[in-house]
Design a protein around this ligand. Structure first.
Ligand SMILES: N[C@@H](CCC(=O)N[C@@H](CS)C(=O)NCC(=O)O)C(=O)O
Length: 227
């Protein structure tokens, strides 16, 4: 049995979509970011970074995995799905996963912060993070030319990217004029496991002025959470 500790955010979706794709039983523990559950001592024992998501594999001596990319790799390898096992195929998927973890995630996360939440609007920071996110999206656009998915087949690289690119609008980054990315967003977004995964632990409502957003913004302004 896998225990999943998560909240409704793009990094959380990576783990919940993956578990839904695998169709394996898991126990859900909803973490309230606004209440600071992710900073509590018991949680820090399984995730020293104090963020979500985290999994604990009860069938492997309570092995805990933090960092969403590491969770995807662990689950893909444990269950032999959504990542090839040959060295080149595996490397291709990991390259695109790293591109998400080191590029799209951090840049888009900062674009969210400066565009949506920062108490002071700093044009240089907004422009810097939005244009870097957009540049990375254009790299994805090129990779998706003539391909259904980022690598040969649907993989954890698609799960990691879709979780963020699907909410690019929240960072103020346009995707509609990128035809390959738009097609891929739709194809991946139609997968039943993706639709289920983004409802875990509850649907995320990103709507200007919406209650959820207000709660998130308040908590970010108080320095309680990031991205
Ligand atoms: N690199 C980490 C980032 C995790 C992360 O930033 N999670 C955010 C939600 S998307 C979080 O837990 N924020 C709460 C906080 O900063 O306290 C990963 O990929 O797992």
């Amino acid at each position: 049995m896998i225990d999943l500790y998560t909240a409704s955010t793009p990094n959380g979706w990576k783990a919940s979509i993956m578990l839904e794709e695998l169709g394996v039983p898991y126990r859900l523990h909803a973490i309230s970011l606004s209440d600071g559950d992710q900073k509590k001592p018991d949680y820090l024992k399984i995730n020293p970074n104090g963020r979500i998501p985290t999994i604990v594999d009860r069938d492997a001596d309570d092995f805990a995995v933090f960092e969403s990319g590491a969770i995807l790799i662990y689950l893909a390898e444990k269950f032999g799905r959504l990542m090839p096992s040959d060295p080149k195929g595996r490397s291709r998927v990991i390259q695109w996963l790293m591109f998400q973890m080191g590029g799209v995630g951090p840049m888009q996360g900062q674009a969210n912060v400066f565009y949506r939440y920062a108490p002071e609007k700093i044009p240089y920071a907004i422009e810097r993070y939005q244009s870097e996110t957009r540049r990375l999206y254009e790299v994805l656009e090129g990779q998706l030319e003539g391909r259904d998915y980022l690598c040969d087949e649907y993989s954890i690289a698609d799960i990691a990217h879709w979780s963020w690119v699907s909410v690019g609008f929240w960072a103020g980054v346009e995707t509609a004029d990128l035809p390959n990315l738009s097609r891929w967003l739709k194809t991946v977004g139609e997968r039943p496991a993706v639709q289920k995964g983004i409802e875990i632990p509850e649907p995320l409502v990103l709507d200007d002025g919406g209650e959820e957003v207000t709660k998130m913004a308040q908590s970010m302004l108080q320095g309680k959470q990031d991205s």
